[in-house]
Design a protein around this ligand. Structure first.
Ligand code: ADP
Ligand code: MG
Length: 212
């Protein structure tokens, strides 16, 4: 249920607000400098604040599966159940999962979930792999596919098209002080590498990529 709500907030509410935000943007672009422009700016600020609140809310909702199965089995489950293309997935685990922050586990789960969904949805891959490497103080996640690949764009370009998967992954990761590298070459597959600190909090959610 929590997962459904989080997904709903992410897919429905935030998508709609993003469309509204872009609409407001286009209004200010050619608006005369009068009281209305001021009003639109005010509305944009309020909207940006609400979008951040919702993002934080959906980010923090912990999928039940993590409580039932734990991180590694939960991720194995999501790899096996996040889509239904004919791509064959392999999950590899190096090391043992230490105790870590709730937000780190949720972020790892969500990142793998979106990366796997993207492979099913876009990659037309034959094979893909998910590797979890438990280092000293970081979890390193690698998701790789041998599919069609694509030209990786700047985050705002995805925002303009209301594509929020890659942006969402990056925001989650940066919010907890992690790093993300996404590499893709048309014709030869895609590779995502994320490094997440075990000890993290997301009280400093950075909002740099908010498309306003
Ligand atoms: N593994 C992948 N293989 C090929 N293309 C991909 C892959 N992941 C993402 N893409 C491309 O990047 C775009 C943006 O992805 P994303 O932000 O998740 O949005 P969405 O999945 O909603 O389209 C996708 O529309 C697709 O063109
Ligand atoms: Mg996606």
């Amino acid at each position: 249920e929590r997962q459904r709500i989080a997904q709903e907030i992410h897919d429905e509410a935030l998508q709609t607000l993003l469309v509204v935000a872009n609409k407001l943007d286009s209004l200010t672009a050619n608006a005369p400098e009068d009281g209305r422009a001021e009003g639109i700016r005010w509305a944009k600020e309020k909207l940006a604040g609400t979008m951040d609140d919702l993002r934080r809310l959906s980010m923090n909702l912990r999928p039940n599966i993590l409580d039932h199965f734990g991180l590694v089995a939960g991720i194995r489950w999501v790899v096996d159940n996040a889509g239904q293309s004919s791509c064959r997935f392999t999950t590899l685990v190096r090391g043992e999962a230490p105790a870590m922050s709730n937000i780190t586990e949720v972020t790892a789960f969500r990142v793998v979930q979106e990366a796997v969904r993207n492979i099913h949805k876009h990659a037309m891959a034959k094979n893909a792999s998910v590797t979890l490497e438990f280092d000293t103080d970081h979890l390193v996640i690698e998701v790789q596919d041998d599919g069609v690949g694509f030209v990786v764009k700047r985050p705002f370009e995805y925002a303009e098209q209301n594509r929020l998967g890659i942006i969402g992954m990056e925001q989650r990761i940066l919010a907890i002080g992690g790093t993300m590298v996404l590499e893709s070459t048309p014709g030869s597959g895609t590779r995502l590498r994320a490094t997440l600190p075990y000890q993290a909090s997301n009280q400093f959610v950075q909002v740099e990529q908010t498309p306003l």
